[in-house]
Design a protein around this ligand. Structure first.
Ligand code: RRO
Length: 310
C-alpha cells in the first residue's frame, strides 16, 4: 500500500485526513475521540471570545445528499480550546485551532492569546461562518477581508490559514486570491466552508427542516463536492506560494483522491464524519491507499495538483 504520510508547514502527518472544523470538536470528549482515530490531525470548533450556546434546535439535519446546518457558532469560548491546545500531545499528531471572532477586535484578542501561548498548534481563521444572524460572511466582503488580514497579520507573524466560503465566479476567485496573495504569512487556504443560506424543504410536512433563520442554512456533503473541487483548484492555481486544504463532499477515498488532484495538501471531512463517526478515517485511509497504489502513486505529494485539463 502507498504511504499516506505527508508534511505540511513543517509538521508531520501520518495521513492527509482530518475533521472539518465544527464536526466532532466541540469539547474535549469529542476531540479525544479524534486523537484516538486514524485521522492525520484534528481541528477544534471555531471559537469566539466568550462561550456561545448557538442557535435553537433543530439546527443540523442530514439528508440523502448531505446536510444543512445553522449551528450559530456554539463553542466553549477560546480559552477552553487554548487550554486543550496547551495540554495536547503534539507527538501524536498535529493540532489546528479554528478562530471565528464576531469582530476584528475579538479576533485580534484571541490571536494574541494564541501567539503568547507559543504552541505548535496551527491557526485556521474562519472568514466564512454563514450562520450568525446579522453577521455577513467576512470573505464575501472583500474590503472587510483585506482589513481583517492586514490587522491579524500585524498581530500574528506566524504562518496561519484562512477558511474560505465557496465562490462561484472567476472574478471573485481572482479578487479573493489577489487579496490573500498580499499576505505571505497566510500560508494556507481551506476551501470550502458550507454553501451558505440554502433551504431544504420536507414535502410531507411542507416545512423547513431546521429552526434558525426560517430554515436557511449551510449545506455540505454530496451537494457541494464539485463546488469544493472547483474552489480548491481555483485557489491552487492562483496562490502558488500557499498550500490548500480541501473540504467538501468527502465520504470515500476516491473523493479524497479528487481533492488531492485538484491541489489539496490535506483533506477535511465534515458531513460524512458527522454521520459515520470517527471510524471513517480508517476506512478513508484504506480506500485512498488502494486508489493510489492502483494508479501507481507512492505519495500524497505526487498526486497533488496532477489534475489534467482537456
Ligand atoms: O457554527 C456554525 O453554524 C457554522 C460555522 Br461557525 C461555519 O463556519 N460553518 C458552518 O457550516 N456552520
Amino acid at each position: 500500500m502507498s504511504t499516506l504520510s505527508t508534511r505540511f508547514l513543517g509538521h508531520s502527518f501520518a495521513s492527509p485526513l482530518m475533521n472539518a472544523s465544527g464536526v466532532y470538536c466541540l469539547d474535549v470528549t469529542e476531540l479525544k475521540a479524534l486523537e484516538s482515530s486514524a485521522s492525520g490531525s484534528l481541528i477544534t470548533k471555531s471559537c469566539t471570545l466568550e462561550a456561545r450556546s448557538g442557535n435553537p434546535e433543530p439546527r443540523y439535519i442530514a439528508t440523502p445528499l448531505g446536510s444543512i446546518n445553522s449551528m450559530g457558532l456554539p463553542n466553549r469560548g477560546y480559552q477552553y480550546y487554548l487550554d486543550y491546545a496547551k495540554s495536547f500531545d503534539y507527538q501524536r499528531k498535529p493540532l489546528f485551532m479554528s478562530v471565528a471572532g464576531l469582530s476584528l477586535a475579538d479576533n485580534l484578542k484571541m490571536i494574541a492569546a494564541i501567539r503568547d501561548a507559543a504552541l505548535p498548534a496551527i491557526v485556521e481563521l474562519n472568514l466564512s461562518c454563514p450562520n450568525v444572524p446579522g453577521k455577513p460572511q467576512i470573505a464575501y466582503d472583500f474590503s472587510a477581508m483585506d482589513q481583517m488580514l492586514a490587522a491579524v497579520t500585524r498581530e500574528y507573524t506566524q504562518p496561519f490559514g484562512v477558511k474560505m466560503p465557496p465562490y462561484f465566479d472567476f472574478a471573485h476567485f481572482d479578487e479573493a486570491a489577489a487579496i490573500l496573495n498580499r499576505y505571505p504569512t497566510v500560508a494556507f487556504v481551506t476551501c470550502i466552508n458550507s454553501i451558505g443560506n440554502a433551504l431544504v424543504i420536507d414535502t410531507e410536512t411542507e416545512s423547513v427542516v431546521i429552526k434558525p433563520k426560517d430554515g436557511f442554512g449551510g449545506i455540505g456533503g454530496d451537494y457541494v463536492l464539485p463546488t469544493a473541487l472547483a474552489n480548491v483548484n481555483a485557489f491552487y492555481r492562483r496562490c502558488p506560494d500557499k498550500l490548500v486544504i480541501g473540504c467538501g463532499g468527502v465520504k470515500t477515498g476516491e473523493q479524497v483522491f479528487q481533492h488531492l488532484l485538484a491541489g489539496a495538501s490535506l483533506v477535511q471531512v465534515g458531513t460524512a464524519l458527522q454521520e459515520e463517526g470517527e471510524g471513517i478515517f480508517a476506512r478513508l485511509n484504506t480506500e485512498l491507499s488502494i486508489i493510489m497504489a492502483r494508479k501507481g502513486y507512492s505519495s500524497v505529494e505526487s498526486v497533488r495538483g496532477k489534475l489534467k485539463t482537456l
